[in-house]
Design a protein around this ligand. Structure first.
Ligand code: ATR
Length: 279
């Protein structure tokens, strides 16, 4: 695809940013839809985040995605933030308005839910409690998504229980915190089990847990996507549980930003999955 002088510009700010798959993802869509535009990796030192974001309108950028470690800091920098970003406490998408204002949003909850719904169409929020392994930013995003669509209870199980309790304090009502030794009991009536920790990721320790007490109809969702088939998903599949991998969440969370910057509502396809997995 040729880039002209009228090309629309977007990118991803991270530090480091080399690991990001977003340039491949958006690059695939740009060429698919033959859009005159570019999506670039933007290495931005945390000390320079404010200046870099404020430079976007001056440089003619339509906006950016934010990745580690910028998502939380951006909350204080952008001019407006949407309800999800406020509740999650993190911004992953910035759109530059016509007036140069920076609108921050968080599309992680949207991505988590869209991928779940498209993979297991029979899933219903009212099916039963959800158990979330972890209590970091990813756990918060998943919990916000599930609570908003009416999941009756979200249970956080985390190595550091105090962190899970902190999340319960923030999200309130239908949430509870548990320690890892409680896991067998906590999952016995779950309709969904989601891993939001980095355990099971290539180079990280495995996620060691028994699924023996988990109902076989419960969905097992792992947001880790390297490898695509994590040991948790393999164990779940072997006992007949429906499974949801982590790559789809990454693809779906990218949709709202792409549409805002480039004016086309993009589709998540098998070709996109392949493009993002390419080295
Ligand atoms: P993110 O924003 O991606 O969710 P994070 O905020 O660093 O990342 O959270 C990482 C989560 O993985 C946490 O729940 C963390 O548990 P702690 O709160 O106890 O640190 C969990 N995690 C990471 N490494 C772990 C390990 N080796 N064993 C158990 N849990 C781990």
């Amino acid at each position: 695809m040729r880039i002209t002088g009228k090309a629309k510009l977007a990118g991803v700010m991270g530090w480091p940013v080399e690991h990001s798959r977003s340039p491949q993802l958006h690059g695939h869509w740009l060429s698919c839809y033959r859009i005159d535009g570019a999506y670039l990796p933007l290495p931005v030192n945390p000390a320079d985040l404010q200046a870099a974001l404020r430079a976007l309108p001056k440089l003619g950028f339509a906006g950016v995605n934010l990745t580690i470690p910028h998502k939380e800091a951006a909350v204080e920098i952008v001019d407006t933030i949407d309800a999800d970003a406020k509740r999650i406490g993190a911004v992953n998408t910035v759109v530059v308005g016509a007036d140069g204002q920076l609108a921050g949003s968080n599309t992680d909850a949207f991505g988590f839910l869209e991928h779940l719904r498209q993979t297991v169409s029979a899933w219903n929020a009212a099916d039963g409690p959800a158990v979330i392994l972890g209590a970091g930013g990813a756990a918060r995003g998943a919990a916000v998504a599930l609570l908003d669509v009416g999941v009756p209870e979200v249970r956080f199980v985390n190595r550091t229980v105090a962190r899970a309790e902190h999340l319960v304090g923030d999200l309130g009502g239908r949430t509870k915190a548990f320690a890892v030794p409680d896991l067998n009991d906590v999952i016995h009536d779950a309709a969904l089990l989601a891993n939001t920790t980095s355990l099971g990721m290539t180079g990280q320790p495995p996620l060691e847990m028994s699924l023996d007490t988990l109902p076989t109809q419960a969905i097992v969702y792992d947001i880790v996507y390297t490898p695509l088939q994590t040991p948790l998903l393999a164990a779940a599949r072997a006992r007949g549980n429906p499974t949801v991998d982590g790559l789809g969440m990454l693809l779906h969370q990218a949709r709202p930003g792409f549409e805002a910057w480039f004016g086309v509502a993009p589709e998540v396809t098998a070709a996109l999955r392949a493009a993002v997995l390419e080295d």
